[in-house]
Design a protein. Structure first.
Length: 137
């Protein structure tokens, strides 16, 4: 599997024979991060040729395909939705603009057909969801 089809998106492949416990984790991840990451699940029992091509030896495997040219990698250790999300989140571009009195008019008037979102917060860093949204617009 390669990044040729969607070179600038983060994809992950869940490879397993789909035990009940792991299926629950995958379902939770898919719901929590719907439309942020492209996820594909492969059942090695049904598609052994894909698992052979990907050189899968142990199950389950979560393989992340970051944007090119970063090579794919497997998540090691215990697989949780939180861990998968953290590993994928580091590849999300941050296009958030910090607004000040000097640039607010430019921000509002630039590209008038593009929706704009303002986050008013006292937090020290930008939440993940806003980083993800910023790369979509």
């Amino acid at each position: 599997m390669t990044n040729q089809v969607f070179p600038n998106t983060i994809k992950l492949i869940i490879i397993d024979n789909f035990s009940a416990t792991f299926s629950e984790e995958y379902q939770k991840f898919a719901l929590d991060y719907k439309n942020i990451f492209r996820a594909l699940a492969v059942n090695c029992g049904s598609y052994p040729d894909i698992c052979e091509k990907e050189k899968i030896e142990d199950l389950p495997v979560v393989r992340i395909f970051p944007p090119t040219p970063i090579p794919s990698f497997d998540i090691e250790g215990e697989i949780t939705t939180k861990k998968i999300g953290r590993k994928c989140a580091r590849f999300i571009s941050n296009n958030v603009i910090e607004i000040s009195a000097t640039n607010i008019e430019t921000f509002i008037n630039d590209s008038p057909s593009v929706p704009k979102v303002l986050l008013f917060s006292d937090k020290g860093k930008v939440p993940f969801m806003f980083k993800a949204l910023s790369s979509a617009f």
